[in-house]
Design a protein around this ligand. Structure first.
Ligand code: PGA
Length: 250
């Protein structure tokens, strides 16, 4: 049985003091959650967020990681740095990084390896743009993105990663994939993992849906067999909204 995982992606929102306040507000609201609860915060918020979350069921994540352990990479952060600051998870390959910061499937793979080797759990984002869906390439594309991202990991390491299926056309747009579309594409991703790594590995990997998930649509999405959670942008920035998503079973 896969434990659902609901992760907030705060993107470039919240200063450290705002992060502390939001986590303090969230703690009582999410304390009985059946899902794993994660907040992926800006890097400068990680330490204060981890401190605020200590002793609670809220886990802290980062939003990107560099693939080298150290060296002359001005402005970058290593997996060990994020981990020591208090991160347990890290989003890798978000479509905003692919679109604005030159992220490729190959650099996603390098970041995933660096994260896993340092003991961080990667939340690997895959998903198609609107024109790719319309052209009928969705299944091939998410299969390719997922297979490249997982290259070089052992079966046991793959069991522990989280994948977020985020159709790019649904991110921040208010458009959501239908429950059936999301379930079908996540099924394709799981089948691709099964074909390459076997049924047992595929059965353990948690695959989230992301893209305008909110308190209103979460129940329908989470009722789908293949969907193991959500990566939540806009609706993760306010405690009442995020906690309503986290507590979707209520
Ligand atoms: P959204 O963002 O919920 O605001 O659409 C999701 C994401 O980008 O992870």
């Amino acid at each position: 049985m896969r434990i659902p995982i609901i992760a907030g992606n705060w993107k470039m929102n919240k200063t450290p003091s705002e992060a502390k306040a939001l986590i303090e507000e969230l703690k009582p609201l999410v304390k009985d959650a059946e899902a794993t609860v994660v907040v992926c915060v800006p890097a400068v918020d990680i330490a204060v967020a981890a401190q605020a979350a200590e002793g609670s069921n809220i886990h802290v994540g980062a939003q990107n990681v560099h693939f080298k352990e150290s060296g002359a990479f001005t402005g970058e952060l290593s997996a060990a740095m994020l981990k020591e600051a208090g991160a347990e998870y890290v989003i890798i390959g978000h479509s905003e990084r692919r679109t604005y910061f030159g992220e490729t499937d190959e650099t996603v793979n390098q970041r995933v390896l660096a994260a896993v080797n340092a003991g961080l759990i990667p939340i690997i984002c895959v998903g198609e743009r609107r024109e790719q869906r319309e052209a009928g390439y969705t299944n091939a594309l998410v299969t390719y993105q997922t297979m490249i991202a997982l290259t070089g990991l052992t079966d046991d390491q793959i069991r522990n990663v989280v994948i977020a299926y985020e159709p790019v056309w649904a991110i921040g747009t208010g458009l959501t994939a239908t429950d059936e579309q999301a379930n079908e594409t996540i099924g394709v991703i799981r089948k691709a993992i099964e074909n390459r790594y076997g049924k047992n590995v595929a059965a353990d990997v948690r695959i989230q849906y992301g893209g305008s998930m909110n308190p209103k649509n979460v129940k329908g999405l989470m009722a789908q067999k293949e969907i193991d959670g959500g990566l939540i942008g806009g609706a993760s920035l306010k405690a009442p909204d995020f906690s309503a998503v986290v507590n979707y079973q209520n």
